[in-house]
Design a protein around this ligand. Structure first.
Ligand code: FES
Length: 229
């Protein structure tokens, strides 16, 4: 059979296999659908407003996407951290307030103390019985007894009594004081101080540290700065 005798397919037959494109409903068609729906609703006795309410009630619960859950966890974590920091600050201020309302009370040793009787002291002795507890040396010479402060007049260190050298020597900067308290070496600018010393009616020695006597002011001649023996 020759090609001429074969049945010829024309172009229109080839394109007829492509499915036709859906076309958007025209306004008239949409209007027709609405009208049909309205008429259907009218047939079942439901107004469009009621139908809208029903569809709103029946809206399914939409779960938050995973990203939103993560954001919520991050927010809770930061909120907890913020509250912790806030509580720490409030606690600190509370502690300060309590410290202000209830301050520490220092119980210092009494400023006045009994130091025994004159016969308890040997002539020429520097007695150190009250050095640790009262910061006082009791000194007795041939005529009198006096109470000498153990506080260095340079910067407040405590000198040591060196019996063999007959002097008080400060370990901090090397100041030296004679037995009577007069300074003679080192940076100490003035003699040691003396305290008020008296005798109770029974003859016991009473040292009162609330009253001091300074040699450079001529106060060592004050009758309260020594007791005669
Ligand atoms: S404190 Fe005593 S010499 Fe400085």
């Amino acid at each position: 059979m020759s090609d001429k005798n074969k049945p010829q397919k024309n172009k229109s037959q080839k394109t007829s296999k492509i499915p036709p494109r859906p076309t958007a409903p025209t306004q008239d068609a949409a209007g027709g659908a609405d009208q049909a729906s309205n008429s259907q609703n009218k047939q079942i006795g439901v107004t469009p407003q009621e139908l809208q309410k029903k569809s709103a009630v029946a809206t399914p619960i939409v779960r938050a996407p995973e990203g939103e859950n993560v954001d919520r966890r991050t927010f809770i974590k930061w909120a907890a951290l913020g509250w912790t920091a806030f509580a720490a600050v409030i606690g600190g201020y509370g502690t300060l307030l309590l410290r202000y309302l209830f301050p520490n009370v220092l119980f210092e040793p009494k400023q006045s103390f009994r130091a025994g009787y004159p016969d308890d002291y040997t002539v020429g002795e520097v007695n150190e019985n009250f050095k640790e507890t009262q910061a006082v040396w009791i000194v007795r010479d041939a005529e009198k007894i006096y109470a000498l402060s153990t506080v260095c007049t340079h910067l407040g260190c405590t000198p040591n009594w060196l019996e063999s050298e007959g002097k008080y020597k400060c370990p901090c900067h090397g100041s030296g004081f004679y037995k009577n308290g007069i300074n003679f070496e080192g940076p100490a600018p003035r003699p040691l101080e003396r305290f008020k010393i008296t005798q109770a009616p029974d003859g016991e020695i009473i040292v009162d540290k609330t009253k001091k006597f300074q040699q450079e002011k001529g106060e060592w001649t004050d009758p309260e700065s020594f007791i005669l023996v």
